[in-house]
Ligand binder design. Sequence first.
Ligand SMILES: [Zn+2]
Length: 448
Amino acid sequence: MSLDSVANASPVSPVPSSAQPTDTAPTVTATIPTGKANPSHIRLTSHAGGFGALPIKWGAATASERGPIVGTTTKRAHRNVIGTHSGSYSIYRALAVAAGALSPQHKADLTNTAPTDVIGPYPQWSEPGKIVSLDPWGGLVADVFATELAAGYDIRPTIAVTKAHVILPEVIEALQTGRLKADGKFLTANGAALVTKAAIEPVWYLPEVARRFNCSETDLRRVLFEETGGMYPELVTRSDLEVFLPPIGGQTIYIFGNPRDLANTDVELTARIHDECNGSDVFGSDICTCRPYLTHAIEECIMGAQRGGVGLVAYSRKEGRALGEVTKFLVYNARKRQVGGDTADQYFARTECVAGVQDMRFQELMPDVFHWLGIKKIHRLVSMSNMKYDAITNSGIEVGVRVNIPDDLIPADARVEMDAKMAAGYFTPGVVPDAEELKKAKGRGLDL
Ligand SMILES: [Zn+2]
């Protein structure tokens, strides 16, 4: 494979510009037209040459043995990963620099940003292969890497933990109809649920991510490089860099009750892992059950906390089965325009026609967040997805009962999805629809 396209075969320029970071590492450069905030040459990342980059020993028992994740672009010689912070938002940061709105040298002032609740460390943090897609120490960097920070390393948190009041119309309605009761501790009289929440950016340890997907690390690196249009040359040129900060969405967790109880198998844990569906979650679109499932899970979590347990909703940015909204909306049209109308028996086929697969969420990495929280047992899993259930139990976490969505919370237009999923083997305590039932058109037409 040639990297000519990356370097653009341009003449190498040794002249640094004023915007050039002040590191002393030798850099390979190539001239490009100067932009507003751009240096006059590209600093390629595809060659080793950093002085002072700290080693990462993934899965080590202590933070100091593991070493910090340094993905900053302010001091390139210190970088010990591929990619940079903030997941997909790293591109907006680049835009801000390009527009001249942000100094590329800006270093975050982390005063008073420490987590409101300390998570871990837990034994799973150093169990081989348990956590491969997030940095368990990512919320504690100001504390555990204080020495390195003082020495000038720009180490940024990849996890932030805070507290919030969550106010949802469904929860207020549940209070009004008596399904939920206010206690002033977990749920206020005006319907605010008190939560601890954490935002988590993806941090991938490539050798173990490859193992989860049953491919070689070499193949994973090559395909990530090629299928992103050659976005990160180090994937194929820097096998010494084993950690990748991918430009994808991360996840947010909401904890109802004491976060420390999550790791205590004696405390009843109600949990849902929810994959993003903007159309339903935020805008109330009725073609699927996503928001009803989410708010039902939140109700279950609140009730669980009130029973002396703890609740957890883990929300992953995997819009439209990680196919994205454009693909999702194309599939909606294909479903509703097909001969015979929107039927459950064609539900998965229509997705596969457009996307090539039924689903790209691949739950293999999902249980990592549970291991980060020290979870060993989920007493009540609010989900009908076998893929999620299998991923969780295969990762060594015990699951007690599975809780599915009550029928009266399913929107009429979402019946297609529910029947298709049940027929495909998703968990249901009810009757699985037969082939005849699946052929009946149940979805609304586009003009209705
Ligand atoms: Zn949905």
